[in-house]
Design a protein around this ligand. Structure first.
Ligand SMILES: Nc1ncnc2c1ncn2[C@@H]1O[C@H](COP(=O)(O)OP(=O)(O)OP(=O)(O)O)[C@@H](O)[C@H]1O
Ligand SMILES: [Mg+2]
Length: 257
């Protein structure tokens, strides 16, 4: 589904590698959580899968396509297969919940249709379907700016699902939410993943969430893969490999006992 073969990414302005000789294969239907301290390369990893970040060396395949060899048209089509949710939701505050969800179809439509807000009945019904799935159908006409953080992330998830993606990516999607809301969002992501065999890759700082929800955990450090295993293999030693032995790591270590 997703494969990285010896991939390195260097940002033009930086000498250090954001990803360094990374090789990993992710199969269809996995629920991956990516751990790593700030600057480890988690966002770069996600952006590479999402075709937003070109690689400096190595090869990435997504859904069987070599990302190096895509035409613009193929790139656009593949992007519609990859849904994305964000830490700060990236919604349009003054638009309604349903209008925001409908923007998830933009990649599949013509520019003038998007400009005029032309959506088919089928698309509107699909928006209602996903709003129901995330528990927000009664809020369909409310402006997004009047929602709580957890509700906004549910809108973000419904918007991503409108693409009917085969891969769902999240870049710290619960980092701005309280622990209970974060858990609820992960429960929702698990449900969507299980219903559809949706390949899910989520960056997260909360080790406990990763252990409870992931089918597999990847640990990045300085752009390198330092852990690849099942949640129950995430020992304190592995934890130190990922986070280093600092005060923050002691806090995290207490979470995984
Ligand atoms: N646009 C950019 N230009 C230059 N360097 C960048 C850029 N984005 C990231 N980097 C660098 O690449 C490395 C990896 O960054 P990345 O954002 O992928 O880390 P991260 O694990 O997502 O961190 P965080 O937990 O803080 O979000 C860091 O050293 C960072 O400074
Ligand atoms: Mg990041």
């Amino acid at each position: 589904m997703i494969s990285f073969d010896n991939v390195s990414v260097t940002y033009t302005s930086e000498k250090e590698m954001a990803l360094s000789q990374l090789s990993v294969e992710i199969s269809e239907g996995e629920f991956i959580c990516v751990l790593g301290k700030s600057g480890a390369g988690k966002s770069t990893f996600i952006r590479t899968i999402n075709l937003l970040q070109p690689v400096t060396k190595g090869t990435v395949h997504v859904s069987g396509e070599n990302l190096d060899r895509l035409s613009e048209k193929e790139t656009r089509r593949l992007r519609t297969e990859v849904g994305m949710i964000f830490q700060h939701f990236n919604l349009i505050p003054r638009l309604s919940v349903k209008q925001n969800v409908l923007t998830g179809r933009f990649g599949q439509k013509k520019a003038f249709e998007n400009l005029l807000g032309l959506f088919t009945k089928q698309e509107r019904d699909l928006a209602d379907y996903y709003l129901e799935e995330v528990g927000l159908l009664p809020f369909a006409n409310r402006r997004v700016e009047h929602l709580s953080g957890g509700q906004k992330q549910r809108v973000g998830i419904a918007r991503a699902m409108m693409q009917e993606p085969s891969i769902l990516l999240g870049d710290e999607p619960v980092a701005s939410l309280d622990p209970t809301t974060s858990k609820n969002i992960f429960q929702l992501l698990t449900r969507l993943h299980e219903q559809r065999q949706l390949t899910t890759v989520i960056n997260v700082h909360d080790v406990e969430l990763a252990k409870n929800f992931a089918t597999r955990i990847l640990g990045l450090k300085d752009g390198k893969l330092v852990f690849d295993g099942k949640p129950n293999q995430l020992t304190t030693k592995v934890y130190d490999d990922i986070y280093g032995h600092d005060i923050k790591s002691e806090t995290f270590a207490s979470q995984i006992k």
